[in-house]
Design a protein around this ligand. Structure first.
Ligand SMILES: [Cu+2]
Length: 154
């Protein structure tokens, strides 16, 4: 979360619990980033242009970020315990397609493997267990093997 033009950029930053956020100063004057509310109290001290400090966010919270030197500077770090958030603007979709796929596959006992490299593309492998037919209650009720059941749904 940079300080640029005497503002925090971005103004709202969603992160997962345990994330360390950098606060680089891109202005040619000093800033002093701190927070006293929202579950994380810290003061990163005063640092000038090109300087930076970091803070690790350890629990779910809405952390209000201020600058001790510029009272009008304010931002929010949303510390979340799940990855189901979006940074998309309204009318630009939810950006939650992959999160939705992950949730569905996890619910089926499967797994999603993702291999991504900047400029090279992304490969996504989805593995889901095959369904097994329910056992028959007795030999008399046993379903013949050719009953037309299918364990596949795609
Ligand atoms: Cu400042």
């Amino acid at each position: 979360m940079a300080q640029h033009g005497q503002q925090f950029i971005p103004r709202v930053l969603p992160v997962l619990v345990g994330t360390t956020v950098e606060f680089p100063n891109q202005d040619n004057f000093y800033h002093n980033v701190f927070s006293v509310a929202g579950g994380e109290r810290f003061d990163l001290g005063r640092f000038g242009q090109g300087g930076s400090a970091s803070q690790t966010f350890t629990g779910p919270a809405v952390v209000v970020i201020h600058c001790e030197m510029h009272a009008d500077m304010k931002a929010y770090v949303l510390v979340l315990d799940n990855p189901f958030f979006t940074t998309k603007d309204p009318e630009r979709g939810t950006g939650l397609g992959l999160s939705t796929v992950w949730g569905l596959v996890q619910g089926m006992g499967g797994q999603v493997d993702l291999d991504s490299e900047l400029g090279q593309g992304t490969t996504l492998a989805i593995r889901v267990p095959l369904a097994t037919p329910a056992p028959a209650a007795s030999a008399e009720e046993e379903v013949p093997a050719q009953a037309g059941r299918c364990a596949c749904w795609w």
